[in-house]
Design a protein around this ligand. Structure first.
Ligand code: SF4
Length: 103
């Protein structure tokens, strides 16, 4: 059961979680960070260090944030958006995130 980053990260991107993750499975979009559920080993190290309290165990997500489990996963499997890589110099946010108003 992976951990999930939610929209409390949006337009903040503190990145303390990235340094804590032992398996480097937290990747950047343009406006928020995303956890790869296939890489996450459920260690929980990222959750308490987030100053925004944006990180939740998937099973503990409040109902209004449950769609972020798919948002985090799809960010790592989509071909037309996702982390920086071949054909994409900078991370491109999931469409659900990209459509959220600026904070
Ligand atoms: Fe990385 Fe552990 Fe957080 Fe998963 S729970 S994203 S492995 S720090």
């Amino acid at each position: 059961m992976p951990y999930v980053i939610t929209d409390a990260c949006l337009d903040v991107m503190d990145r303390t979680c990235v340094a804590q993750c032992p398996v480097d499975c937290i990747q950047e979009g343009e406006r928020m960070l995303y956890i790869d559920p296939d890489g996450c080993i459920d260690c929980g190290a990222c959750e308490p260090v987030c100053p925004q309290e944006a990180i939740h165990l998937a099973a503990a997500l409040p109902a209004e944030l449950q769609h972020f489990e798919a948002v985090n996963a799809q960010f790592h499997t989509a071909t037309d958006y996702g982390p920086a890589g071949p054909g994409r110099a900078a991370g491109v946010d999931h469409p659900v995130v990209a459509a959220l108003p600026r904070r």
